[in-house]
Design a protein around this ligand. Structure first.
Ligand code: NAD
Length: 300
């Protein structure tokens, strides 16, 4: 039987509807709109396209956004100084700051991301926010991990006591998602604030031995690698929920890490690429930006 395909676009539209109402309330109270500033370095077409879709989504819910574009030759020190200027509002007030990745190879990405103050870190990459998440008291949760969690909740996927296998151990996706899935409830926290899911979590990576033997044990299987067709039908337990985070371009088309057609015949639920996790990542960014605006308003 073919798996139920989880429609990330439809869920993202519903989250946007909720956020639009919350932004209206914020505007009514504070007489200004939340603002997101995105730093775009260089002229990578994929990055420009992601930034465009984030700005369009922000506009749909009433969040102001600004893209600060700088040449690909910009140095680490110049970028740190730019981020600090944006943070203190020298370029106009910013609630949330996002540095679009990847940065050029000559740039120290960690140093630049660390320059984003934790209260404006809507990507949730700062060590302060990573630390809070690891202690089960999250402030800003990385958007893709939060989006996967929201998708599981919305699809009614039982997580408590279930075995979740995450393939990929990055700081951006795999690790924060593992923390969210393993954490104690409440799992009904607001989008972007991440309650726990009570799952038993295994993280796999490029050096994991016999990957298929591990993935076949998963009730919830998440692929976050960046390799087309890495997850084949034989690696999936019948009835499992399969979440495909991967984004790969093959013959000009976007595909995930999962061999979608054959895996559909085995899985119980599955996300497509495109139209699965991607739209939720953007929706969670908007939720985090509103949260950043609320925190700033509280600080006065
Ligand atoms: P990354 O390159 O930082 O990490 C990839 C991970 O995969 C590593 O931990 C590595 O150990 C593991 N890996 C590599 N080869 C493997 C193999 N053969 N078997 C098992 N594990 C293997 O990537 P990332 O930033 O975490 O992104 C992963 C994928 O998710 C990419 O395709 C990226 O484009 C996509 N992504 C999508 C969204 C979205 O919104 N849908 C957001 C972020 C990233």
């Amino acid at each position: 039987m073919a798996a139920e395909v989880l429609d990330g676009r439809a869920l993202a539209r519903r989250i946007e509807d909720e956020l639009r109402a919350e932004v209206d309330t914020f505007v009514g109270m504070f007489r200004r709109r939340p603002k997101l500033v995105v730093v775009l370095v260089g002229d990578l077409a994929a990055s420009a396209s992601y930034v465009k879709s984030k700005a369009a989504a922000a506009a749909r819910v009433g969040i102001d956004s600004e893209v600060v574009g700088v040449p690909g030759t910009t140095t680490t020190e110049e970028l740190i100084s730019l981020v600090r200027d944006i943070a203190v509002g020298r370029q106009g007030p910013a609630d949330g700051i996002l540095v679009q990745l990847p940065l050029p190879v000559h740039v120290d990405t960690v140093a630049v991301l660390d320059a984003v103050p934790p209260d404006q870190d809507v990507d949730g990459f700062h060590p302060h926010n990573a630390g809070l998440l690891s202690q089960g008291r999250p402030q800003f949760v990385p958007c893709t991990a939060a989006g996967v969690q929201r998708l599981l909740i919305d699809a009614g996927v039982e997580t408590a006591g279930k075995h979740a296998v995450i393939v990929g151990r990055s700081d951006i996706v795999g690790k924060p998602l593992a923390l969210l899935l393993a954490a104690k409830p409440p799992r009904t926290a607001a989008p972007g604030q991440g309650g726990g899911c009570d799952a038993t979590v295994t993280i796999c990576h490029s050096r994991s031995a016999d990957l298929a033997a591990i993935t076949r044990q998963a009730d919830i299987l998440v692929a976050a690698v960046g390799r087309p067709k890495l997850i084949t039908a034989g690696m999936v337990k019948p009835g499992a929920t399969v979440i495909d985070v991967g984004i790969n371009r093959v013959d000009g088309k976007l595909v995930g890490d999962v061999d979608f057609g054959p895996v559909c015949e085995v899985a119980g639920k599955i996300t497509p690429v495109p139209g699965g996790v991607g739209p939720l990542t953007v929706a969670m960014l908007l939720a985090n930006t509103l949260l950043a605006a609320e925190l700033r308003a509280q600080r006065g």
